[in-house]
Design a protein around this ligand. Structure first.
Ligand code: HPA
Length: 245
């Protein structure tokens, strides 16, 4: 099962990846965020795509999610691990901690969110009761346990539009809705993966406390960068445990 990794903010390159080739896939949905990098990581074939482009220049609401997922599948991906920075809403999602969400709420708007929108023989609906792949989540948790990495095994991801961060009231509403974390790219990515029947899971990296929490006057970009560095080091260790397993 060839694993594709979609790298988010803080992960535009997979250190240790022995690069075999880069593949530019042209899709019916336009250009992906960049070429797909094929290579070997820990002795296994892996594909990598930087969600925001290799230079981190594509903002969350401009990511061509359809092209990215379509290109990965076309290039041979059989399952997808999305790495994504989030703000922590739940008390235990402190900056630097990883989480493997099991639910998602979509607060985004105006994004191209489906493959089933034109030239249809008939209307298509897909089941999305459990948006994340249970087997890949279990593997992630086992890999975290084996590597001694503290990770929250579940949680509800709230996907916001960005690129601005949220207001304190928006975060209070999201907490009431049951969101444990907030990020800007979880949707439509997860929904599109389901439409393509690609097993998909997210490794969320908590970059900051969400807006207004824990007496925070404002969200500091410098803190986000610092916490992401720590968090992404944990993701790299996690991959070292996940991929060879
Ligand atoms: N909100 C939305 N997306 C994010 C955040 C946040 O606080 N931190 C990292 N990605």
């Amino acid at each position: 099962m060839t694993l594709a990794i979609i790298g988010g903010t803080g992960l535009t390159r997979l250190r240790g990846l022995e690069i075999a080739r880069r593949e530019m896939v042209h899709t019916p949905y336009g250009e992906a965020s960049g070429p797909i990098t094929h290579g070997q990581l820990y002795g296994r074939p892996v594909m990598f795509l930087a969600r925001h482009g290799y230079g981190h220049t594509i903002p969350p609401h401009q990511v061509n999610f359809r092209a990215n997922l379509w290109a990965l599948q076309q290039a041979g991906a059989e399952r997808v691990l999305a790495v994504a920075a989030v703000g922590g809403i739940a008390e235990d999602l402190h900056p630097g901690r990883l989480a493997f969400p099991d639910q998602i709420i979509d607060y985004t708007h105006g994004r191209d969110h489906t493959f089933f929108d034109r030239d249809l023989a008939e209307v298509v609906h897909v089941d999305f009761t459990h948006p994340y792949d249970a087997d890949l989540r279990a593997r992630l948790q086992a890999a975290a346990d084996a590597a001694g990495i503290d990770a929250r095994p579940n949680g509800c991801y709230g996907a916001t539009q960005g690129p601005r961060l949220e207001t304190a009231a928006e975060i209070r509403r999201m907490a009431r809705d049951g969101c444990d974390m907030v990020g800007m790219t979880g949707m439509p990515e997860a929904g599109l993966a389901r439409e393509l029947e690609l097993p998909y899971a997210t490794c969320a990296v908590t970059a900051n406390w969400a807006a207004g929490l824990h007496g925070q006057a404002e969200v500091s970009m410098a803190d986000i960068e610092e916490n992401l560095r720590t968090g992404i080091d944990r993701v790299r260790a996690l991959l070292g445990s996940l991929i060879p397993a």
